[in-house]
Design a protein around this ligand. Structure first.
Ligand SMILES: C[N+](C)(C)CCCC[C@H](N)C(=O)O
Ligand SMILES: O=C(O)CCC(=O)C(=O)O
Length: 481
């Protein structure tokens, strides 16, 4: 919804009210500092710059231009930041709300020709004094050298390949993992944050985890899921408790075999985690065993053995839908389609595989212009090869559901399926959004001081540029927002 002028004015007023409510930061009285012996090219926009006694060869201010300044870090690497970027990314309380971690400075009110009135450096970072202008009263921003090194862009001082990729943290598995399946107990998850952390670490590394010792009730199962985050509601409801009664127009509500698939490929944002817990005792049914397949491992096999097929399944958008009959609560029926079509393999901006979307049953009609110039036979050959890897004996982890033991898996990586069954089989469970799961895991990593990415970043900044993270109290929230 476009903001009206009044709303915008209200927002501006509320911002300045927020800013006023925050005690104006007492910019440290600038001690009279020795002028830098190094002289800079005298240009009309020259501003005073100085440095507190710093270790020889440490990071320093290396130059100032019309639109930006250049810093030199430990190993002499130089990089330039525009003044607008610096003002826009200030983390002082005037610019960045200390509790909400949201930007308070109105980026688009920063004058296009904004530049500092002074700058100084210390062993910890760069202090920029902004001038008294109509835009704002003069004040000082602080940027740790580590923050500048991490976010440098002209040129970048860090590259994606410098840090461990998320995929490196994962263990790709075959059916052999049956010898030692990742498992936690209900009790440890329910009784401590550490227990939840151990559980989510297993899901992060293996893409799935079993939970044993659960009371055989839907209530206990739901409480377990909610230790991660809230449940994702869909047209199947929130927490499901289902049998083969076709209460929803989907084969899951039947007793037929389901080959390995990921759920909700018809959602623009497929569900992240999925948990199943059997509630009906063994003697009420026969079959209905659970299948798990590591989609990332299967994809890596295809990529290695058939790169052209991997590329095809990484580019061709596949239609997906949920169109089963409606239910009593949804008489208009289900007509689910994603906003756009997605390929089987979806990658992040660094080319890392992050989402496998594959459901042969929910796949729509392929064809049309997306397939123009492609040979349909090649596409089916690629699919057949992919499905052949999924259905290979070594890829398939089959387990027999038991009351009291739930399985949870990352629906963006691990495919699941079911053998056909006879008799009465009652299953419960729910979805959790992938982003809520990853946020919960990130929070626990920080809480238990094990954020692998930041640890690797800290070591790299220290070894390559001789800079360290700065104690938050001194420089606001130096996180990777
Ligand atoms: C809600 N519950 C998990 C029981 C059924 C999900 C329906 C599965 C659907 N064919 C899909 O692949 O998304
Ligand atoms: O019934 C099962 O074991 C799983 C059903 C299924 O694959 C699904 O709900 O997506």
């Amino acid at each position: 919804m476009l903001r009206t002028t009044a709303a915008r004015a209200a927002r501006a007023a509320s911002r300045s009210a927020i800013a006023r409510s925050i005690p104006a930061p007492r910019s440290p009285a600038l001690p009279r500092l020795p002028r830098l012996t190094r002289s800079f090219s005298a240009t009309p926009h020259h501003f005073a710059s100085s440095s507190t006694e710093q270790q020889q060869g440490g990071p320093r201010l290396a130059g100032q231009g019309e639109k930006g300044l250049t810093v030199a870090l430990g190993n002499g690497a130089e990089t330039t930041f525009s003044y607008i970027w610096l003002r826009d990314h200030c983390r002082e309380e005037r610019s960045f709300h200390p509790q909400t971690k949201q930007r308070l400075v109105d980026t688009f009110k920063i004058p296009a020709d904004y530049r500092p009135s002074a700058a100084r450096t210390t062993n910890e970072g760069l202090y920029i004094t902004w001038p008294e202008t109509a835009f704002e009263s003069s004040y000082e921003s602080f940027f740790p050298w580590s923050f500048l090194a991490e976010h440098a862009y002209n040129p970048p001082l860090l590259r994606t390949k410098d840090l461990p990729s998320p995929l490196e943290q994962k263990v790709l598995w075959s059916k052999e993992i049956a010898k030692d399946v990742p498992t936690v107990t209900y009790e440890e998850v329910m009784e401590s944050e550490k227990g939840v952390y151990e559980w989510l670490k297993q899901i992060d590394v293996y893409g799935f985890s079993f939970v044993s010792g659960i009371p055989g009730t839907p209530e206990a199962t739901e409480a377990l899921i909610r230790r991660i985050a809230f449940i994702r509601e869909t047209h199947y409801g929130g927490f499901w408790d289902f049998t083969a009664n076709l209460e929803h127009g989907d084969l899951a509500y039947s007793d037929v075999r389901l080959e390995g698939h990921t759920d909700t490929t018809y959602f623009t944002d497929p569900c992240g985690l999925q948990l199943f817990h059997l509630l009906s005792p063994d003697h009420t049914h026969s079959g209905g065993h659970n299948l798990l397949i590591d989609g990332f491992r299967a994809a890596s096999i295809l990529r290695t053995q058939h790169p052209s097929f991997y590329d095809l399944l990484s580019t061709l958008p596949i239609p997906s839908h949920a169109s089963g009959s409606g239910s009593a609560s949804l008489p208009s029926g289900v007509h689910m389609r994603p906003l756009r079509r997605f390929p089987v393999f979806n990658h992040d901006e660094n080319g890392e595989l992050v989402i496998v979307r594959w459901n042969g049953d929910d796949r729509g009609v392929v064809g049309g212009e997306a397939f123009e110039g492609k040979t349909m036979d090649e596409w089916y050959e690629a699919l057949r090869t992919w499905e052949g890897i999924l259905r290979s004996d070594e890829a398939q982890l089959w387990t027999k559901f038991e009351v009291g033991t739930a399985v949870i898996f990352d629906n963006l990586r691990v495919l699941h399926g079911r053998s056909s069954y006879t008799g009465t089989r009652r299953l419960c469970g729910a979805y959790v959004n992938g982003d809520d799961y990853r946020s919960r895991l990130r929070g626990l990593q920080k809480q238990f001081g094990e954020d692998p990415r930041r640890k690797a970043l800290q070591e790299l900044l220290k070894s390559r540029y001789g800079v360290s993270f700065v104690d938050k109290e001194k420089g606001g929230a130096w996180e990777d927002y």
